[in-house]
Design a protein around this ligand. Structure first.
Ligand code: BTN
Length: 262
């Protein structure tokens, strides 16, 4: 595979500054620290070839061997109410899904890539991409969001830690082909810019609706696990703030703000 130059993948806002680091603890940690000190502008992207302390949702670790996946974080300053911040993660997952589809048109059957609430993308029902969206406040009191994205690109099954081998996948495993990460990144940043422009122009109301249509889980039975419980119900839809609404067997309605859905 030719040497990959990520720095030319930016669009006009998203990725107007792109930094590539051989190794960092976590791109989210670094970009959050820079944003807090007002040292990075909106649209900044930090990419790492390797993370020594990559983080996932629900305090999990995100592990990936060097050079085989796309690991990056993006800084946004969306002017939306604090209780709607979860929508940024949903928007990001729509943007990544769209970017993957555009870039992989020749190799991927669209039917095998799915959204999983809140921010995951599955390929052949296994985890292909995870998104960790974290809000913060900079030293001038402006609220920001760092969107951290990890996409499994060229890993073989043996590259994943043993406990993940039954639940993870990569584009390489799905297609039998190695994928240039620059093509993917460019397509994803372009799609992110389109989605973010829509948010800036129209607000956030379209996000839960569009996500639901694309995920196709309305009316389906789902199970949600958190650290203490597992509950099962029928998906009614999403709240305006992105929370999952379930109809329970006793006809009560439960609103789920976090957890693992299957
Ligand atoms: C999840 O599925 O739990 C979210 C995983 C998010 C991983 C990405 S990799 C780049 C960025 N930096 C991090 O430390 N985490 C995110």
């Amino acid at each position: 595979m030719p040497k990959e130059d990520f720095t030319s993948c930016g669009i006009s806002l998203i990725g107007r500054s792109i930094r590539v680091l051989p190794e960092v603890s976590s791109t989210n940690e670094l970009l959050k620290a820079e944003a807090e000190e007002c040292l990075a502008s909106e649209g900044t992207v930090i990419i790492a070839e390797h993370q020594t302390a990559g983080r996932g949702r629900l305090d999990r670790v995100w592990e990936s061997p060097p050079g085989k996946s796309l690991l990056f974080s993006l800084l946004l300053y969306p002017e939306i109410p604090g209780d709607k911040m979860q929508l940024i993660g949903l928007m990001a997952s729509l943007a990544v899904l769209n970017g993957l589809e555009v870039a992989q048109l020749k190799h991927l059957n669209h039917q095998i890539i799915h959204l999983k609430w809140p921010n995951d993308i599955l390929g052949t029902k296994r985890k292909l991409c995870g998104i960790l969206s974290e809000a913060g406040v900079d030293k001038n009191g402006r609220r920001f969001t760092v969107v951290g994205i990890g996409i499994n690109v060229n890993q073989t099954l043996n590259d994943f830690p043993e406990p993940l081998r039954n639940t993870a996948t990569s584009l390489y495993i799905m297609t039998g082909k190695k994928h240039p990460r620059t093509t993917l990144l460019k397509s994803i940043l372009a799609s992110m810019e389109d989605h973010y422009n829509r948010l800036l122009n129209e607000g956030v109301e379209w996000i839960p609706q569009t996500w639901l249509e694309r995920a196709g889980i309305r009316g389906k039975k789902v199970e949600v696990k958190d650290s203490n419980n597992t509950i099962s119900g029928t998906c009614l839809g999403l709240n305006p703030d992105g929370a999952l609404q379930l109809m329970m067997p006793d006809d009560s309605i439960q609103t789920i703000y976090s957890g693992d859905v299957s």
